[in-house]
Structures are given as structure tokens and as C-alpha cells.
Design a protein. Sequence first.
Length: 245
Amino acid sequence: MPGGLQVSQDGYTLNPISTIATGAPAEFRFTVIGPDSTLVTAYQVEHDKKMHLVVASRDLTSFQHVHPSMAPDGTWSVGLAVPKAGSYRAFADFVPAEGEKLTLGVDLQAAGDYRPEPLPHVSRTAAIDDYTVNLAGNIVPGQASKLVMTVSKDGEPVDDLEPYLGAYGHLVALRAGDLAYLHVHPEESDEAGPEVTFVAEAPSRGDYRLFLDFKHEGKVRTVGFTVTAVLSDGHAPSATHDHTH
């Protein structure tokens, strides 16, 4: 089963103890309860961090990847604000000291007038600030699929990307509909761009949102793509523009 679909797995449970809201950032707090019913306080480091928290709107138009801090008692906290009211999914991605890697998910609600937006169009190009990222490769259901992201700035290739979370890019893939959290890992490379290569594993056909974090000139930026997982003899998606903030 893909990650993120369960609030509990292998005896571990994601337990939110505060809510999310629009407006100014407020402290979002949560714990992870272990198989012995106590709060988990020991974690392995993965991608430079002990905890990765991803918060995405159910319509997949909003995405945040943050790194909470843990108090000695096992309570995690991070300043968080969502851009609009509505339904969100929070994913805690971690490796307990005595267990295997887990991605647990829980639904959160931001109060207010909710107006869901359609899934952004299928895209091969995404832009933010002066940067453009092009996507090559297809997601094929049931097998590992290579995806290559090429970063440029003002039309020139970026060959001095800065390491972020142990690589020159970090990719999160979510399945439209149920927001299944896919396993994605970067291929090791000594080249600091412009290409960053990932391998993604999709369990089914359908639409997916890909969110790429990359760091350049001291700032982390995020772009998003919508792709459709097709069988190997299927057609590649057409190119449109997509902006993620």
C-alpha cells in the first residue's frame, strides 16, 4: 500500500494536537505514538532531518514541506499557515529509531469559506520567480520510473544548485483523489544541475502532482507539475505552464 493513506501503521500513530488556520503562521503541534503507547522520542535521520512534514490541500493546489522541531517529551511543533480555508492532508515522513521508514497521514481542516479548485492542468514546464523547470520522463504504473528535472534561470541552465536535504532536489509525489504519498528517491550525482534525476514508483494509473523543492542562491523554491501515469505504450502528456508558490 502507498504511504500516507493511514493514520496508524506498524503500531505507530500520528496524533495532531492543534489545528491549522489561514492568516499569520501559528504553531502546529503533533506527536507520534509508538507501539508501546508512549510518545516516540528517538528517530533516525533521513534526508538530513528526523521529521519531514508535508501539508497539501485536498485539491492539490497548495503544498508545503517543513521541518518541525521536537521537544524532549516527543512533541513536534512548527509555525504553519495555509493559504486558504478547506481540507488538507498532513503527512509525517520519518524513520523511528527501532523501526522502518513510515509515512503517516491525517486530515486537517482550516475554517472558512471553502472553494475547491480543479486539479492544475497536465504540465511539462513549471515556473517560479525567474526560474523554469522542465520535466522529462513518464510515470508508468507498477514500475520504477525515471523523471528528470532541468532547472534554468532567465533562460540559462543552472549548474550551481545547492544541496537541499542531502541532494540537489527533493521530490514529493501525491496521487490525485486519495493523496497517496509515493516513494520517490533522487539518483546520486556529483553534478549540481541543471538536471536532477529521480525514480518514482506509482501503484496505479491516474493523475499525480509532483512537487520539486530545489535550492539556489540560498533560497528553497517549490514548483509543481501534474502528470498522468500511463502504460508504457501510452502517450506523453502535452505541455502547459504551471505556477506553484
